[in-house]
Design a protein around this ligand. Structure first.
Ligand code: ADP
Ligand code: ZN
Length: 651
């Protein structure tokens, strides 16, 4: 790695060393070669083009579809002392013209522009009059029709290579599956040698899946006990679900705002801006929300409905914890999800082949939900990554799942499906097994069946869990049209008693409160009261400064930087400059203000080089693992079943 790149990393960005392949990628691009960078969210993709843009002669052009986020990105760069600008439709004509003049005059290190503008003849002419350092193609998966964010304008980006063959291109994305990756390489005319594929693991995210009983109450209990003052995203499938969940959370003391494609553009943008700027705000959203959201302190991502695939799950949960601090991916999951998603796939009008793929993807996700193994291992294996040992930071690792021999139960369940002609869902089947006296049972004469009343030993909820697991293990399947359960080719072996079926034990779960006083800020806590107070004072200072300037707080300093200031307790500006995340410009601009806050909180010794960190203060995550709420309530009633989900062109 060149000294110059390391110097910029330290001096401009305030970081001590490169992460993973950043160094290698930067060398390659600085050397004038192309690159495709696939790195998980929070992996540090931006530096891979920002540093080369500073090192190469000429301007770096960043192509991004996310107009609404450009201003924040540019503000963040300016805070670092980098000459950056954006040119998009939010600028007035005069402003845009001015920015263009400055660009051609070579006044910028980096210019952000949307693809539809970039490929116009007019803009290409401007570019041909500009000395260009590189092209960075952000969210590069938009070029692929496999990805779910396909943008036709991205296809036209091949023009860059034709018009400016000597300008290196670096494409970046967090979307990782192989078809998409191949598609990007071929559409942008890049070779295998350009590919940099980082591992997918996000070690700071804790994965948890709880059995759904009352989803909103479960969510509330989770937030109350573990994220009382945090920012997070709650994904719901339908717009109605989004609206109702936001309302429910507000009513229960959690500030929340909705986001979905049915809201007017200006409302959507306002909500997005608020989410980026406020520290304790929850956004409830459909999948329409999230791409490019680089808010670093999203402490949790919750799913109230099943995402549509492992890819979607990974991408959505990946929005948690970009700052590297402890974060959670939490999901409620129940039998109805399976039936519902199956139905959406079937009603989608997609070609049969496509439907088959979607169903396979759903099955992979079900397998993940029902696994008794380390969740992270299962997740990473899906993407072709291996973990050497269990992660210790997922629910199955933290509270190992007991399994039981469910062979007999499975046989009863499958025979009941068979005896009722494979046209009923899990709810009715459970009633039959439990020998209930319902209208439906009487109407269909199901009391006469040999399977009537043979399963009284289990609750309705337990049967629901058994049916779900049978589907996940391939011993039964859900018919998309009616949500009814059907036998599969593998059912027979179970019915004949030829295979053993292991099932998860799902104990009734109890909520334990993490902390009596209900605090638990940003996953940064200090054992020492004085440190806690200092952290709060620093946070207040930062938030005030951000408000004055109209920028998100994290653009000034991340929480992790504030936490390090508390630990180091710098007594001088030079010491302050050693804190990770404090570069030259920020030191000049903010060093004094924050130093005064530290000093005001009484630094006992002013010795410059003395190691002051670690005394009573430490950055630690409250490792309070607990189970989520669970009541015997029967099945989730599906609530918004009738509402078609947002943005679901894929089905
Ligand atoms: P991505 O675009 O891949 O999601 P970012 O580029 O936004 O990730 O980086 C995520 C966070 O990690 C940012 O806050 C960034 O400043 C920080 N970061 C990136 N590279 C380094 C590094 N080498 N050392 C310390 N922090 C880094
Ligand atoms: Zn694990």
């Amino acid at each position: 790695m060149s000294d110059r790149a390391t110097e910029i990393l330290k001096d401009t960005f305030g970081y001590a060393s490169f992460r993973g392949e950043q160094g290698a990628i930067i060398s390659r691009v600085v050397g004038g070669h192309d690159a495709l960078v696939i790195m998980p969210t929070g992996g540090g993709k931006s530096l891979c083009y920002q540093i080369p843009a500073l090192m190469r002669e000429g301007t770096g052009i960043v192509v991004s579809p996310l107009i609404a986020l450009m201003k924040d990105q540019v503000d963040a760069l300016r805070e670092l002392g980098i000459r950056a600008a954006y040119i998009n439709s939010t600028l007035g004509m005069g402003e845009a013209w001015e920015a263009e003049q400055l660009m051609t005059a070579g006044e910028f290190d980096l210019v952000y522009v949307a693809p539809e503008r970039l490929v116009t003849g007019r803009f290409l002419d401007l570019l041909s009059r500009t000395k260009l350092g590189l092209f960075a193609i952000d969210e590069a998966h938009c070029v692929s029709q496999w990805g779910h964010d396909f943008r036709p304008e991205y296809l036209q980006l091949s023009v860059l290579h034709d018009r400016f063959p000597d300008v290196p291109r670096i494409a970046l994305t967090a979307t990782a599956d192989e078809p998409t990756r191949k598609d990007i390489l071929s559409r942008l005319d890049l070779g295998e040698e350009d590919l940099f594929l980082a591992g997918f693991d996000r070690p700071n995210i804790r994965y948890r899946i709880v059995e759904r009983t009352k989803p909103r109450e479960q969510l509330l209990a989770f937030l109350q006990s573990e994220h009382p003052e945090d920012s997070g995203i709650v994904y719901c499938m339908s717009r109605k679900g989004v609206e109702e969940t936001a309302e429910f959370l507000c009513k229960n003391g959690f500030p929340a705002i909705p986001y979905h494609a049915g809201l007017e553009t200006h409302v959507r943008e306002e909500h997005q801006q608020r989410f980026l700027r406020e520290e304790h705000l929850i956004i409830t959203a459909t999948i329409a929300f999230g791409m490019g959201i680089d808010k670093p302190d999203v402490r949790f991502v919750a799913h109230l409905d099943l995402p549509k695939s492992m890819e979607a799950y990974y991408q959505e949960t990946g929005r948690a914890g970009r700052d590297g601090l402890a974060s959670q991916a939490w999901m409620t999951y129940g039998y109805n999800d399976v039936a519902r998603v199956m139905r959406f796939i079937d009603e989608s009008g997609a070609r049969e082949e496509q439907k088959r793929i979607e169903k396979e993807k759903l099955n992979a996700l079900l397998g993940y939900c029902e696994t008794t193994r380390c969740r992270r291992r299962v997740l990473l294996e899906y993407f072709g990554d291996e973990l050497e040992k269990d992660c210790g930071n997922c629910d199955t690792c933290l509270a190992p799942v007991r399994t039981w021999d469910g062979t007999e139960a499975a046989r009863k369940a499958l025979s009941c499906i068979y005896r009722t002609d494979q046209v009923f869902g899990a709810g009715h089947l459970a009633d039959v097994l439990r020998g209930m006296d319902t209208q439906k049972i009487n109407d269909f004469g199901h009391k006469r069946l040999s399977t009537y009343g043979i399963g009284r030993e289990f609750s309705k909820r337990k049967w629901s869990s058994i049916f779900r697991q049978l589907v996940a293990q391939g011993f039964a399947r859900v018919d998309a049209a009616h949500g009814s359960l059907k036998l599969t080719g593998e059912s027979k072996a179970v019915l004949q008693g030829k295979v053993e079926v292991r099932l998860r034990d799902e104990p009734e779960r109890v909520v334990k409160s993490r902390k009596k006083d209900g605090r638990g800020k940003q996953s940064v806590t200090f054992a020492d009261k004085g440190d806690e107070a200092l952290y709060e004072a620093l946070r207040q200072t930062r938030n005030d400064l951000a408000k004055e300037q109209g920028i998100p707080p994290y653009v000034i300093f991340h929480n992790s930087t504030l936490a390090e200031i508390v630990t180091v307790k710098p007594g001088s500006l030079s010491k302050f400059g050693t804190v990770s995340g404090v570069g030259r410009t920020k030191l000049q601009k903010y060093g004094k203000v924050f130093l005064e806050v530290v000093l005001a909180h009484g630094r006992k010794d002013a010795g410059e080089d003395e190691v002051t960190g670690g005394r009573g203060s430490e950055l630690k995550y409250e490792a309070a693992w607990q189970e989520s709420v669970g009541e015997e309530t029967g099945e989730y009633d599906g609530g918004d079943e009738d509402n078609y989900p947002d943005d679901m062109p894929h089905y």
